[in-house]
Design a protein around this ligand. Structure first.
Ligand SMILES: Cc1cc2nc3c(=O)[nH]c(=O)nc-3n(C[C@H](O)[C@H](O)[C@H](O)COP(=O)(O)O)c2cc1C
Length: 184
């Protein structure tokens, strides 16, 4: 699939078919995620793939979002802050968030490319998620991704328009007046 098409097609999916995806496709998706930019190129992003239905049920409860329990797989994206905190002090928190976002966007586009579907789940009880998955205290759980095949026809939400969200040269300036370039 072309990049533009994947960007256009990607949308959050909260209803899944019974059909179980091939778990190897999900490994491919995680491989695309980990190829994103990383501060200092350090291995500080971790992924957990869950296929045990009992655990998926408990994680749905820990998120208070019942649609999660209808997915066949859950991917949990985590950050290990220790190394970045040593290298970047108080910038580390920002870097961790940004690199997780970059990896997740790769993840979402690759899923779309493979005709799989998900919804970014950011609302959950951190401590409960960690308890279910034996995740150590010092690891940050970034987000959960229930994965499956979309049931029904997806609806593309309206997106913020470019006109009101892009400025040129200074905050709130909406007009671009390109500098004249010297001729060759
Ligand atoms: C950081 C973040 C957290 C989110 N958390 C949730 C969530 O807990 N539950 C949910 O149903 N959707 C969640 N979403 C999905 C958004 O609701 C969704 O991306 C938004 O409505 C735009 O729709 P789209 O993804 O189809 O473009 C989250 C998205 C982001 C980026």
């Amino acid at each position: 699939m072309e990049l533009d098409k994947a960007i256009e097609k990607r949308h959050s999916v909260r209803t899944f078919k019974q059909k179980k995806p091939d778990w190897r496709k999900i490994i491919e998706v995680i491989d695309a995620a980990i190829k994103g930019p990383l501060a200092g190129n350090a291995g500080t992003l971790k992924f957990l793939l869950v296929d045990k239905s009992e655990k998926i049920k408990r994680l749905a409860k820990a998120s208070q979002q019942s649609f999660i329990q209808n997915s066949k797989y859950l991917v949990i994206v985590c950050s290990d802050p220790a190394q970045l905190e040593r290298s970047y002090d108080d910038r580390a928190k920002k870097y961790l968030r940004q690199q997780a976002g970059a990896a997740i966007q790769n993840f979402l586009l690759k899923l779309t490319d493979l005709e799989l579907a998900t919804c970014w789940v950011g609302a959950f009880q951190d401590e409960e998620v960690k308890r279910i998955l034996n995740i150590p205290k010092d690891i940050e759980v970034e987000a959960l991704f229930p994965i499956g095949y979309e049931l029904g026809k997806g609806k593309q939400p309206t997106k913020p328009d470019l006109d009101n969200n892009l400025f040129f040269n200074k905050w709130k300036q909406k007009k671009m007046s390109p500098e004249k370039m010297p001729r060759d």
